[in-house]
Design a protein around this ligand. Structure first.
Ligand code: SAH
Ligand code: SF4
Ligand code: F3S
Length: 440
């Protein structure tokens, strides 16, 4: 018997890449690969990359520069680049770094086993097609392998929104939803393998409209189908666009017990002038009114957001409108970024904001968001929450898990196992987590 080959995957970018990496590892498992945690002993290294900001893309080239050294000691080592940089830059990657053997775009992962064989045979292989077939259906699963209590499940891919700053519609292609029965089969399989919480993923997940037995299902209808899966305790979804927040989804937040009270709803900016130039097709006011309706359905829901500062032509007054909006919303978590020019996107051609002004704005926005996040986390002290335990903590007997609001919670002398759900009273708020005690 030949020894298994070792595969090292490094994942950058969003949760969809995390899901894809898992699926690629499973598919290459069928080719005799087992995963390893270090690049040093790998026979194949795959970088699953992100193109969203310039820094994210450049990181890939510096990593490749380091990895090519490994080929000196191990000439049989194969290096592959997957993900959004692969899609956006294609063979340019091999030009800049000839040590790369394989480049595969996000819609071609089901062809990876075949590509791996060609690369083993000494060829340099590239596939950045957008084929018709459903790659997830064709990617083999490793049956019944036990896994942790939380999992991602991609239900929708691509984006048709074309925000003026964003590469996703180009790197992931047009918006496509997976059929509901495949998602349900995959969810049941995950539950059999120990999963208790599933996060449904999509670049525009709330625009989901996958085929069901009697016509297309909305995301809310899919959630209600998942609600019936015994053993599945929690459902989350990300990322949503404000314009696709349909009535039935808002309602589900009030009525579906398994749907967690947490919503990531990026707004990007608070100035209507900037929102229009971003091609976001919502206003600050329509976003605020939408949140009012969501909070009426589920008053304790924790809101999370994304922001871009220093978008072309953003003035100090525009930026002030972002701060005002944040003051009004009160975010439980948020991600904020300095605008990064992306080649091929409409905003790349426009007059850019002075980088020092953008830095200053980012700092001021982050200070406000951090304060809000702190206040909301501190306000959990004294409250009862439900915690899904994920793994042991640093101290003997301690377990770590997440509350329904996605706060990290640790409980000492816990006596519970990963996968258990428990009622917990929060007793302290620490830097990045809460401390709690079991109630029963
Ligand atoms: N589909 C999601 C998010 C996709 S990308 C949505 O519609 O919100 C994740 C976040 O990266 C975006 O919400 C945005 O805040 C940020 N982002 C995207 N392009 C960017 C760019 N060119 N510069 C800086 N941040 C960017
Ligand atoms: Fe990018 Fe906009 Fe699509 Fe989100 S909605 S993925 S920000 S184009
Ligand atoms: Fe990055 Fe592609 Fe996700 S650009 S954020 S890895 S969809």
């Amino acid at each position: 018997m030949t020894a298994p080959k070792k595969l090292f995957i490094k994942t950058y970018g969003c949760q969809m890449n995390v899901y894809d990496s898992e699926r690629m590892a499973e598919a290459l498992g069928g080719e005799g690969y087992v995963e390893t945690k270090t690049a040093d002993d790998a026979d194949m290294i795959l970088l699953n990359t992100c193109h969203i900001r310039e820094k994210a893309a450049e990181k890939v080239y510096s990593e490749l520069g380091r990895l090519k050294q490994l080929k000196v000691a191990k000439p049989d080592l194969k290096i592959g680049v997957a993900g959004c940089v692969a899609q956006a830059e294609g063979k340019e990657i091999m030009r800049r770094q000839p040590a790369v053997d394989l480049v595969v775009g996000p819609q071609s992962y089901h062809r990876l086993p075949e590509m791996e064989q060609k690369a083993r045979g000494g060829a340099q292989v590239i596939d950045t097609d957008f084929p018709e077939e459903d790659k997830f259906e064709k990617l083999k699963r490793r049956p019944k392998a036990k896994r942790g209590p939380t999992a991602f499940l991609t239900v929708q891919e691509g984006c048709d929104k074309f925000c003026a700053f964003c590469v996703v519609p180009y790197t992931r292609g047009a918006e496509v939803s997976r059929p509901a029965d495949r998602i349900l089969t995959e969810a049941r399989d995950l539950v059999e393998r120990g999963v208790r919480e599933i996060t449904l993923l999509g670049q525009n997940v709330n625009a989901y409209h996958g085929a069901g037995a009697n016509g297309d299902l909305t995301l809310a209808q899919l959630i209600w189908e998942l609600d019936k899966v015994d053993g599945l305790e929690r459902i989350r979804f990300t990322t949503s666009h404000p314009n696709d927040m349909m009535d039935d989804l808002i309602e589900a937040h009030g009525t579906c017990k398994k749907l967690m009270p947490y919503l990531h709803l990026p707004v990007q900016a608070g100035s209507d002038k900037i929102l229009k130039r971003m091609n976001r097709s919502h206003t600050a006011d329509s976003y605020l009114r939408l949140l009012e309706r969501i909070r009426a359905a589920r008053p304790d829901i924790l809101i999370s957001g994304d922001f871009i500062v220093g978008f072309p032509e953003e003035t100090e007054e525009d930026f002030q409108a972002t701060l005002d909006l944040v003051e009004e919303v009160k975010y439980g978590t948020a991600y904020s970024f300095k605008y990064s020019t992306r080649p091929g996107t409409p905003a790349a051609e426009r007059p850019q904001v002075d980088p020092a002004a953008a830095d200053d704005r980012l700092q001021r926005l982050q200070a406000l968001l951090t304060r809000q996040q702190r206040e909301i986390q501190d306000s959990m002290v004294g409250r009862e929450v439900s915690v899904l335990f994920e793994r042991p903590g640093r101290f003997e007997g301690q377990m770590l898990g997440k509350s329904e609001y996605l706060h990290a919670v640790h409980v000492g002398n816990c006596g519970r196992a990963a996968g258990d759900l428990a009622r917990v009273r929060i007793v302290a708020s620490r830097t990045n987590s809460l401390a709690g005690e079991l109630i029963d």
